[in-house]
Design a protein around this ligand. Structure first.
Ligand SMILES: *[C@@H]1O[C@H](CO)[C@@H](O)[C@H](O)[C@H]1NC(C)=O
Ligand SMILES: *[C@@H]1O[C@H](CO)[C@@H](O)[C@H](O)[C@H]1NC(C)=O
Ligand SMILES: *[C@@H]1O[C@H](CO)[C@@H](O)[C@H](O)[C@H]1NC(C)=O
Length: 620
């Protein structure tokens, strides 16, 4: 045991020493910083359960199968591995789009747990990708090319002649993002080499295009090419990558956003959000405020006019007219990837404006009500749904192929949302705490331990939130610093005490409560955020609403009964049942129905949006 511990410590020291890169080009405009993933660990909770299930899959999945398309395309032996199905099948247009997410998932796993299996999988995979790249001359590809489909797809794209639904830069972006993470999170220099060679290939390919040909090509989904390349610029200091990143600025989408016009109706939603994340990154890389305007306007528009009560957006993958919510409560609402990307955008924008709690009010709403429950808790490999149905009597885990709520599988899905969920569920701790100098931000209420090495302090948060509205933070170590605690807009009567004594600081909903002290080991902060029932009306129809208790969207349990229309819920009939849990009863369409947290609505038909009548009870 002792030997093993020492060995782990050495490997850790070695990997760190090996050069986790730091930014050569500092960020403009950022005034709060995330902790390294290795500094925050989840404690026992539903959150950790989700992480464990996803990690089981990441450590189980056959790496040779994941390499199949890369090897076959680059004319190397596939080593007897079986080909995958779903979106990674050898004839699927944008096969090999998923693997970048596995790289990121393994890197997260290594960062959080120092898990050697995850580390070895990531480094092996990168080394095998390097071999594919090294065989380009023999395969007839340009130097640096790396993909699971041939380079000729890019020629077809440039000529506007893609006939098979391929989105080659979308797939390429994901490979690049995975390599970037293995480089920046694990310090793997091979990942850097492969990434820069691939970026060089992209530069060579796109430098030849006129700007109008380039813009026309950007009409096809291309992920966050501007984002990953701006990151490469900041990590290398080489302007070439900034110029290349900006070549992927999509004028037709950026121009209206810069002038705050909502032209999202009809656009494929998840094609857009990664570009906005790229805009936020380009702002941080250049200081050009127009990029920030684009990202902020896109965020406000999407959150305020295109988002369901659970924090997800889009129907059949597309944005609908502004505020059109009630007409689009279907089986294919709330694509999971979009929310994964909106959360990235949210944290990027909050870091620029860390006084604004609405960013983390949204973050909490979407993480809790959409993403947490999109994973199947009954599945040891943490499989997920692509959409989260919001139709009356919807159900997770059923539906036509990927077009409904059905669960992903080990080898026959590889949808975009399966990939992004590997990331989501391995970085659940990445936004709980933030810091700036001697200020600690507490943004989310999730049981966890922060090792604030910069100040020799650990903070242990323990809570059953959102089942209870109370959370406590125990400080170990001494020193003077300020805690800024998010007081969500939905609460009233919040209070904060230290070591059992209520403190008289401002605790206004929708603001940060500021607690400055010379902390001593053992000091414990207790935060109480009283929860009440609220309705969340559809923007386009005040008579249609979801019901929330504090941050939690409640849904009705309809067992195996199907609903042919939206039931009418008598708001004044809602009662809390039992002993302080999140179980409620109510009367809807004249019948009794049990209400519970939507994130736990698994294995039965549910209802989220109701026709509402009457008023909520004053006291619950
Ligand atoms: C998750 O896995 C870790 C390591 O195997 C284990 O210690 C922990 O108890 C698990 N957590 C839950 C909630 O099952
Ligand atoms: C915090 O991290 C530092 C540096 O990695 C380590 O030496 C220390 O033991 C950690 N503290 C706790 C309580 O985990
Ligand atoms: C943390 O502890 C180290 C070693 O004891 C000390 O040098 C350093 O000043 C401390 N840092 C802070 C912020 O207290």
């Amino acid at each position: 045991m002792a030997f093993k511990l020492i060995l782990t410590a050495c490997v850790f020291a070695l990997a760190r020493a090996q050069s986790v890169p730091s930014l050569v080009v500092p960020e403009t405009g950022v005034s709060a910083f995330p902790f390294d993933l290795s500094q925050v660990s989840l404690s026992n909770s539903r959150w950790e359960d989700n992480q464990n299930r996803t990690l089981n899959y990441l450590k189980f999945v056959d790496v040779e199968r994941l390499l199949y398309n890369f090897r076959a395309t680059h004319k190397l032996s596939t080593k007897g591995a079986k080909a995958n199905g779903g979106w990674d099948a050898p004839n699927f247009p944008f096969r090999s789009h998923a693997q970048g997410h596995y790289l990121t998932g393994w890197a997260h796993c290594y960062a959080v747990l120092r898990d050697p299996t995850c580390r070895d999988r990531a480094t092996y995979f990168v080394a095998e990708l390097a071999k594919c790249q090294a065989n380009n001359a023999a395969a007839g590809f340009g130097a640096g090319y790396l993909s699971g489909f041939p380079e000729s797809e890019f020629a077809a794209l440039e000529a506007g002649k893609l006939s098979n639904g391929n989105v080659p830069y979308y797939a390429l972006h994901k490979t690049m993002a995975g390599l970037l993470d293995v480089w920046r999170i694990m310090g793997d220099n091979k990942a850097k080499e492969v990434l820069l060679a691939l970026a060089g290939w992209v530069d060579g390919r796109t430098a030849k295009l006129s700007s109008s040909d380039m813009q026309r090509m950007l009409g096809t989904e291309f992920g966050g090419m501007n984002d990953v390349l701006a990151n490469v610029y900041q990590l290398t200091g080489d302007k070439r990558w900034l110029v290349l990143a900006q070549r992927f600025d999509h004028t037709a989408v950026f121009d209206p956003l810069a002038s705050n016009q909502d032209r999202l109706n009809g656009l494929h939603a998840n094609t857009q959000v990664p570009k906005w994340i790229g805009a936020a990154r380009e702002y941080k890389a250049t200081g050009n405020k127009r990029y920030l305007d684009i990202a902020r306007n896109a965020w406000s528009m999407t959150v305020n006019a295109h988002t369901y009560a659970i924090g997800g957006n889009s129907q059949a993958e597309h944005f609908r007219p502004p505020n059109a919510i009630s007409q689009y409560l279907k089986t294919d609402t709330a694509e999971q990837c979009n929310t994964y990307n909106m959360l990235k955008l949210t944290r990027d924008l909050w870091a620029v404006d860390p006084d604004r709690t609405e960013y983390f009010d949204f973050y909490e709403r979407a993480l809790l009500n959409h993403l947490l429950g999109a994973q199947n808790p009954a599945d040891n490999h943490g499989h997920i749904t692509y959409f989260t149905p919001l139709n009356p009597g919807g159900r997770r885990g059923v539906g036509p192929a990927w077009g409904g709520g059905t669960w992903s599988t080990d080898y026959d899905s590889f949808w975009c949302c399966q990939g992004t969920a590997l990331e989501t569920n391995t970085k659940l701790m990445d936004s709980i705490y933030w810091h700036k100098d001697s200020t600690l931000y507490v943004n989310l209420f999730i049981s966890s331990v922060l090792n604030w090495t910069q100040r020799n302090v650990t903070i242990a948060q323990s809570t059953t939130y959102p089942v209870s509205g109370t959370t406590s933070l125990r400080v170990t170590g001494n020193g003077e610093f300020t805690m800024r605690i998010r007081i969500p807009a939905w609460t009233t009567g919040a209070s904060i005490s230290v070591n059992g004594q209520k403190v008289s600081i401002e605790v206004k909903p929708g603001s940060y409560a500021t607690l400055q002290r010379a902390w001593k080991s053992g000091d414990t902060v207790t935060i109480q955020l009283p929860m009440t029932l609220k309705t969340v009306a559809a923007n386009d129809d005040p008579s249609v609403a979801a019901v929330a208790y504090g941050p939690v969207i409640l849904s009705g349990n309809y067992g195996s009964t199907s609903l042919s229309s939206t039931p009418t819920l008598a708001l004044d009939s809602i009662r809390r049942s039992g002993n302080g849990g999140l179980a409620f009863t109510a009367t809807a369409a004249g019948k009794s129905v049990n209400l519970g947290p939507f994130y736990e609505a698994h294995g039965f038909n549910y209802n989220v949006y109701w026709k509402v009548s009457g008023r909520l009870p004053a006291v619950i």
